[in-house]
Design a protein around this ligand. Structure first.
Ligand SMILES: NC(=O)C1=CN([C@@H]2O[C@H](COP(=O)(O)OP(=O)(O)OC[C@H]3O[C@@H](n4cnc5c(N)ncnc54)[C@H](OP(=O)(O)O)[C@@H]3O)[C@@H](O)[C@H]2O)C=CC1
Ligand SMILES: CC(=O)C(=O)O
Ligand SMILES: [Mg+2]
Length: 624
């Protein structure tokens, strides 16, 4: 029985490093791992990974980022693996290397230079890249993710060095052609894809193929914030053209130089892509949709969500993180969500997704659906969404109000008197000082979320929100803001970003092999994040946990995903792990270098050349 399970759980690492990763760091604070414990030994044998010694040597090994350790290769490894003399004679531990990297990063002139340095490290030495990222998540998340990733995407043609994902274009519009492209990726056991067509990159609009930086950044967080193995991850850009004339004129542009295709041809490309991915990687390969334009985001989610293991992060992930923040805030305001009124600036994928999840939460608190809709006001580029509006999007219909048409946000806020004002509009500074002041006059603890990314698109700054309300605001922003001191009190603004949600949901979906991801999973994730907000966080006016806690939160989310998904039959990993936490932890990526040589293995004669073993794949003797 255990044997038949192994293909779905095999992973490329040594059992030595697995033992180390299980016993190391915060990952295992609650339960000490020991093979002396018969139950743990049983689980270890059940879930143990394949033992692989790399079949690479010499320069080839140094140029393989997943195996390269640079000057951390020991003398023994240098001799056995044909590296002797190829490296400077000194040795450096991974820790020393990480210190060298962070020191250099801090000396870079700006964030784009830091992004380029980290990108180069990612290309050369994967473990060290993740080690530095994990050890300095608060400092480096703004580099590999918003806001700097937005800047990197804008300059992508100029800074491009090495491919980090796959490009599927209109010229490959058949299942077999896309399948062939997938076969060109160096890893076969892909379990998670993040895909974009680049039409709405953060709040920066259509960046065409320069948008590939977003899937790359999101997947870096899969690894850093949820311990998903890098070799399971695949960033994909779907190139169907761009309507950004500046890019079409850009000599460095990396994508198809044509206007975006819409309609049937676009849909066929997306359908073929989904079919090719599942044909190659199986029905449980997770596909996260990221930064699609407004006209496609919801449409594609509705089209695929029941047939594939997929979700739209901007709609569902964002909804969950905002509801988490609102639930945490309700512990301070002492008001349930169903007691509040909400005004949204923006009515696109993010805002509508959030509004719909708030409705679900209000219903669970006992409010009728109609009453719940009545409490939410949406304002988009054409103003307040009212019943007078022609060609109303069916999704917006239940939110439309019997009210006067206006494009003036202050007027809407004065009319509604909301407890919470939420921005997902990409309009910098739309929450004017006057609006923030009014919010603080009508609420003892006004809730103001400026979610638009990157920082340059935020509806207001943290400084304005805290200063104008004299620190009473319950504030969150999509991109990070610096701490603020008012009247001698320190405020640490929280980041209302889907990065609290998607890594954990993905971890659960991947490890428990979900067929599809139901909406309720995101509400569970929201509650899990909200429960993780401590009184200590509140002390600094923050309604989200610290970024460095996300890895543990991801495990909790993954456990709840599993529990829920076994109940409704969407989890397909069998036998069902009894101890789900142990199973999750045992599968997570360790940033510590693996030992590349199996010292206990008795090398047979035919595997020896010049007195050294030729590294080959071997099963570890523990199984025998
Ligand atoms: N913090 C987080 O985790 C996340 C943040 N975001 C950010 O939220 C923003 C929006 O994302 P998303 O909803 O997916 O994008 P969409 O393009 O789907 O929606 C943008 C919305 O803003 C509206 N809008 C544009 N200009 C104005 C204006 N001048 N006044 C009022 N409304 C306006 C648009 O109206 P219309 O449709 O009429 O043009 C549309 O409803 C982005 O900046 C994105 O980076 C997104 C996901 C997660
Ligand atoms: C955070 C994110 O997903 C966005 O801004 O699009
Ligand atoms: Mg996004």
């Amino acid at each position: 029985m255990y044997r038949c399970l192994s293909p779905c759980i095999a992973r490329e690492t040594s059992h030595v490093s697995m033992k180390r990763s299980l016993s190391c760091t915060a990952v295992n604070r609650r339960r000490e791992w020991s093979l002396d414990d018969p139950e743990q030994k049983r689980l270890y044998k059940l879930y143990r990974p394949e033992r692989v010694t790399p079949n690479k040597r010499g320069l080839d090994l140094l140029k393989t980022p997943s195996l390269n350790k640079g000057m951390a290769f020991t003398l023994y490894e240098r001799q056995y693996l044909g590296l002797h003399g190829l490296l400077p004679p000194a040795f450096m531990t991974e820790e020393q290397q990480a210190y060298r990297v962070i020191t250099k990063l801090r000396q870079q002139p700006d964030d784009l230079a830091r992004y380029i340095q980290l990108d180069g490290l990612h290309d050369r030495n994967e473990k060290l890249f993740y080690r530095v990222l994990c050890d300095n998540i608060k400092e480096l998340m703004p580099i590999v993710y918003t806001p700097t990733v937005g800047l990197a995407c804008q300059h992508f043609g100029f800074i491009y060095r090495n491919p980090k994902g796959l490009y599927v274009t209109l010229n490959d519009n058949s299942i077999s052609k896309i399948y062939q492209i997938l076969c060109n990726w160096p890893y076969n056991d892909i379990r998670a894809i993040v895909v974009t067509d680049g039409e709405r990159i953060l709040g920066l609009g259509d960046l065409g193929s320069y948008g590939i930086g977003i899937p790359v950044g999101k997947l870096a967080l899969y690894v850093a914030l949820a311990g998903v193995l890098p070799e399971w991850c695949l960033p994909v850009f779907i190139d169907c053209g761009t309507d950004n004339q500046k890019l079409l004129n850009d000599p460095f542009y990396t994508g198809l130089r044509r206007k975006r295709v819409r309609g049937e041809e676009y849909d066929r490309l997306m359908d073929n892509f989904m079919a090719a991915c599942t044909k190659k990687y199986g029905q449980t390969c997770l596909i996260q949709f990221e930064d699609f334009g407004n006209r496609d985001a919801y449409r594609l989610l509705d089209r695929y969500k029941n047939n594939y293991c997929m979700f739209n992060d901007d709609i569902q992930g964002t909804a969950a993180v905002v509801v988490a923040g609102l639930l945490a805030a309700s512990r301070i305001t002492k008001k349930k969500l169903s007691d509040e009124k909400f005004v949204f600036l923006g009515a696109g994928g993010a805002a509508t997704g959030i509004a719909e999840m708030i409705i679900r939460q209000m219903e669970s608190e006992g409010l009728s659906t109609a009453d719940a809709y009545a409490r939410i006001y949406l304002v988009d580029i054409d103003g307040l969404i009212t019943k007078n509006r022609r060609n109303l999007d069916p999704r917006h219909e239940p939110f439309a109000k019997d009210a006067k048409d206006t494009k003036d946000l202050l007027e809407v806020v004065k009319m509604v008197k909301p407890g919470a004002l939420i921005g997902a509009s990409t309009v910098r500074g739309a929450f004017t000082n006057e609006i923030i002041k009014y919010m603080s006059e009508i609420n003892p603890r006004p809730i103001i979320f400026a979610l638009s990314n990157p920082t340059s698109k935020a509806e207001c700054t943290a400084e304005d929100a805290y200063t104008i309300t004299r620190g009473r605001v319950l504030f969150a922003s999509g991109s990070p803001f610096k701490n603020i001191e008012i009247d001698g009190k320190l405020y640490k603004p929280g980041q209302g970003n889907n990065a609290y949600i998607f890594p954990g949901v993905a971890l659960g979906a991947i490890l428990f092999k979900l067929k599809h991801i139901q909406d309720k999973i995101f509400l569970l994730a929201a509650r899990t994040v909200a429960e993780s907000v401590s009184e200590e966080n509140f002390k600094y006016g923050r309604i989200y946990p610290r970024l460095k806690e996300i890895r543990e939160i991801s495990i909790k989310i993954a456990m709840r995903v599993a529990e829920e998904s076994y109940k409704d039959g969407s989890a397909t990993l069998y036998p069902e792990p009894e101890d789900k936490e142990m199973w999750i932890r045992s599968q997570m990526y360790s940033v510590e270098y693996d030992e590349l040589i199996n010292k206990t293995y008795n090398w047979p004669e035919q595997d020896m050349k010049h007195g050294f073993p030729v590294p080959v794949v071997r099963r570890d003797s523990m199984d025998e």
